[in-house]
Design a protein around this ligand. Structure first.
Ligand SMILES: C[S@@+](CC[C@H](N)C(=O)[O-])C[C@H]1O[C@@H](n2cnc3c(N)ncnc32)[C@H](O)[C@@H]1O
Length: 278
């Protein structure tokens, strides 16, 4: 707890804001990774290898952009920095170690930005009930010469703040309307990735499974019913081995890794709510 408090304080002193709680969340991921380094190792290696292979396949290597770079656990930053002229890391929060590494590498820039493009303009009660979808985010972030984009374990996290703050409103909204909005955030990110004019690599967790004594206790869709419908590699990530969250409960996430979402898309982003309406 003390290490977490100090890290949080150092980040705030270095100028990092925490308007939506993302810095608090990043510090708790940092602490969980320290406790579960071994359990997470294989997942993080697979994600880094997938990203690197996809990046190496790029013929032109001017700018690479990492969406949801956070702690860089699943980002092969040194290799990306060697491959590309310029690397941009985008997230709502960064810790001092990332800032230090970026300045040491010399060609890495940090961009603090809301990649869901909706956190400061959540729908009012009427728009929510009318199922007006989340806005379409510009995932180029206005960067020219973009030759590679990596969405790094971000997708399932994108709708969380929006969904929880909508659900906490005084005039309690319909749960189904909140979930539909969260699904629209997921769909918008996938469609915006597909709309890019350079390779767009995606790593995301898709489902959570809880096991007690080896038996499945529950299963949850982390993408609010949206099926990315993309061919790729899948693998398990033992996110919280027994004791991390609850005694006797092992929590595992299923992960999808796609080298370039623009290639081999089967039918487009599908969900019970249909395609994203713009
Ligand atoms: C599961 S973490 C993965 C982080 C990173 N890829 C790593 O390996 O450390 C999800 C990341 O998404 C970021 N994030 C969540 N919602 C965001 C948003 N609306 N805009 C920008 N970043 C967001 C979080 O701050 C966090 O760093």
């Amino acid at each position: 707890m003390l290490a977490e408090a100090l890290l949080y304080a150092r980040a705030r002193l270095a100028g990092q804001q925490n308007p939506h709680g993302h810095l608090t969340e990043l510090v708790s991921i940092w602490a969980r990774h320290r406790r579960q380094r071994r359990a997470w190792a294989e997942h993080l290696t697979r994600a880094r290898v997938l990203c690197l292979k996809a990046a190496e396949a790029c013929g032109t290597r001017r700018t690479a952009l990492v969406l949801g770079a956070g702690l860089l656990l699943d980002v092969p930053l040194e290799q990306l920095s060697a491959l590309f002229q310029h690397v941009v890391l985008a997230d709502l929060a960064f810790l001092p170690a990332t800032t230090a590494l970026a300045s040491q590498l010399g060609n890495v820039e940090l961009m603090v930005t809301d990649l869901s493009a909706c956190l400061n303009s959540l729908p009012d009660a009427q728009a929510l009930a009318a199922r007006i979808p989340a806005p379409w985010p510009d995932l180029t972030l206005g960067l020219g010469e973009l030759d590679f984009v990596y969405s790094a374990n971000l997708l399932s996290q994108l709708p969380l703040y929006a969904a929880s703050s909508l659900a906490k409103r005084e005039a309690r909204p319909d749960e189904a309307d909140v979930e539909a909005y969260a699904a629209s955030v997921v769909r918008a990110h996938l469609e915006a990735l597909r709309g890019l004019s350079c390779p767009a690599c995606l790593v995301t967790d898709t489902r959570e499974r809880g096991y007690r004594s080896g038996r499945l206790e529950y299963e949850e869709d982390l993408l609010y019913g949206v099926d990315p419908d993309l061919p790729g590699e899948t693998w398990p990530w033992l996110l919280a081995p027994r004791g991390e969250l609850e005694p006797g409960l092992d929590v595992e996430h299923m992960v999808l890794g796609v080298p370039d979402v623009r290639i081999g898309a089967r039918t487009g982003v599908s969900s019970p709510g249909g395609r994203h309406d713009r």
